[in-house]
Ligand binder design. Structure first.
Ligand code: NAD
Ligand code: MN
Length: 520
């Protein structure tokens, strides 16, 4: 069996014994255990490991002013660098630099110095750079997908078929806007200036694309900080920026944890802050930038309602539910984590969901057959496990019908759902950010709408019904930035994305996504 450069792969392949159940406290339901004890098809899939090799250096410095900076201090020293690990094996992949205030200062200065020329470049020329980046991403797509999966734990079929294609699509999309801004705004708008962009670990490269592509199209320069658990694809993107000859300083990438993020946010040379991550950190950033001239957009968490009406096509709806909450291990800000099912169909939905969960394959993210990969970090797994315990303590029933055997190392959580959930339960109110669904019922359309809106968040929502008029009526009344109808978790660069209430403000994607990066 082929193994990748780190040998991480072969390690995970051989560790398939240990835990039989991810949730020591799970009460497996009768229906689920029947499913579990009877293999339904008798077909066992052979492993299908991804075999593309990816070269990874043993350490990485920041990318500033067009080149990689060799870290000054000893690279093993604790505070000068940190390890990024493969959450599916706990193996160290490599070490990256922990950005200090002076590193951030150097990055901001490089961005500032690059701004006059970059913003004065004819828009059509800026567009050409973006097109080149997009094409190079396509050419190196497989490598980027493997690296993303290694560093984040997401299944290779998702990084390969969803993340990376969307990354390229995003650069293509904003490349097309670069020379049409005059058409959008009636005159050529000025860029905002130097943008500080702090992103999370759930869609590492895609979030980098969401931040960089519109900023560059509008003539801004950037300082980007990837999340500390997933810095590698942003650094690989830096190589691509070098390959396409992007002028030095236009994009700078500083790695590090929240301290590096705070140094970017607080730097006086930053004109605009764009942040995606937790609501807690978002609130801190809002405070830190209040009263300054810095522009701010925040894309924060969610607890999105997924509504199944009794006239819906139930089999398709169940697929939508699975797509809504188990995609990317549920580590999705717009995950459909509150399932609202109309009373008449709730037992049917529950039965079909249990059956479907039993067949989801949990395990080695590098296996092309894997549906649910590893949780991104030990810290996130601990958070999820706390909620799994809390939900049961509050009286909800945990159902975890998965039959997969989990590897003995790594951070794993079997896809599961809570039944008998009350709207007041913590698991119905707070974002868990894991493969955990809260199942609730409703009787009327009005009740569905009021339960759906009963949340401090407002990022996304889903509706399943056979009736077009009901879709329109309900979608209009839902307080959510995105409402999916008879589908869920579908993304397109042309479609704006963003939140209401505590889910943040500002829109990314579409023509709307340009607005945060221009001065009118
Ligand atoms: P986080 O908000 O702490 O981290 C997101 C990014 O912000 C990272 O790059 C981090 O280094 C940086 N950061 C942390 N503290 C900062 C500060 N004070 N100033 C500036 N930047 C700072 O998120 P997390 O701890 O990785 O995840 C915790 C929770 O956040 C999750 O459980 C989930 O609920 C939520 N989350 C939401 C999204 C989303 O897409 N909306 C993404 C990831 C996490
Ligand atoms: Mn990692």
């Amino acid at each position: 069996m082929p193994s990748d450069t780190n040998g991480v792969h072969s390690a995970s392949e051989s560790q398939t014994t240990a835990h039989t159940n991810g949730h020591p406290n799970a009460k497996t339901t009768a229906a689920a255990s029947t499913t579990a004890s009877k293999p339904r098809t008798g077909i066992a899939y052979a492993p299908a490991p991804e075999s593309v090799k990816v070269d990874i250096a043993d350490h990485y410095g920041h990318f500033i002013d067009g080149r990689f900076i060799e870290p000054k201090a000893s690279r093993k020293s604790d505070d000068a660098s940190f390890a990024t690990i493969n959450p599916a094996t706990e193996a160290v992949i490599t070490r990256v630099a922990q950005g200090t205030e002076s590193d951030v200062d150097a990055a901001v200065k490089a961005a500032r110095a690059a701004l006059p020329k970059w913003s004065a470049l004819p828009a059509v020329e800026r567009g050409k750079y973006l097109f080149r980046i997009a094409r190079r991403i396509q050419e190196r797509a497989r490598e980027l997908a493997v690296l993303e999966t290694l560093d984040s734990g997401k299944p290779i079929k998702e990084s390969r078929d969803i993340d990376v294609p969307l990354v390229a699509a995003h650069f293509f999309y904003y490349a097309g806007w670069a020379d049409k801004l005059e058409w959008v705004y009636g005159r050529q708008p000025a860029p905002v200036g130097v943008c500080g962009q702090v992103i999370p670990w759930n869609f590492p490269l895609l979030m980098a694309a969401w931040k960089l592509a519109p900023a560059l199209a509008c003539g801004n320069t950037c300082v980007l900080k990837p999340a500390e658990t997933t810095p590698l694809t942003a650094l690989r993107l830096a190589e691509i920026l070098q390959e396409v000859g992007l002028p030095p300083g236009v994009v700078n990438i500083a790695t590090g944890d929240g301290r590096t993020g705070a140094a970017i946010v607080n730097h006086a040379g930053i004109d605009k802050v764009a942040f995606t991550g937790s609501t807690d950190v978002g609130k801190k950033i809002a405070k830190a930038t209040a009263g300054s001239s810095k522009k701010l957009t925040l894309e924060l968490g969610g607890k999105s309602p997924h509504i199944i009406f009794d006239d819906a096509a139930i089999d398709q709806a169940v697929e939508g539910i699975v797509q809504g909450i188990y995609f990317n291990q549920g580590e999705v800000c717009c995950a459909g984590s509150r399932l609202l099912v109309q009373e008449g169909v709730i037992s049917e939905v529950r039965k079909k969901l249990e059956l479907r969960l039993a067949s989801l394959r949990v395990g080695d993210p590098m296996d092309k057959n894997t549906d649910v990969g590893a949780i991104n970090s030990k810290q996130q797994l601990d958070t999820i496990n706390r909620y799994l315990q809390l939900g049961q303590d509050e009286g909800a029933e945990l159902c975890s019908p998965s039959t997969s055997t989990l590897p003995s190392k790594g951070y794993w959580c079997k896809p599961c759902f809570f039944a008998n959930v009350q709207p007041s339960h913590t698991i119905a109110r707070e974002e868990i950010f894991g493969p955990v669904l809260s199942l609730m019922s409703f009787r009327t359309v009005e009740e569905a709408i009021s339960k759906a809106n009963n949340t401090p968040y407002g990022l996304a929502a889903g509706i399943w019904t056979d009736k077009g008029s009901k879709v329109l009526e309900v979608a209009k009344k839902l307080q959510a930035g995105v409402v999916w109808c008879n589908t869920y978790n579908k993304f397109d660069p042309a479609s704006p994305f963003g939140g209401f209430k505590e889910s943040g403000f500002g829109r990314e994607g579409g023509v709307h996504g340009l607005r945060a990066y221009v001065k009118l």
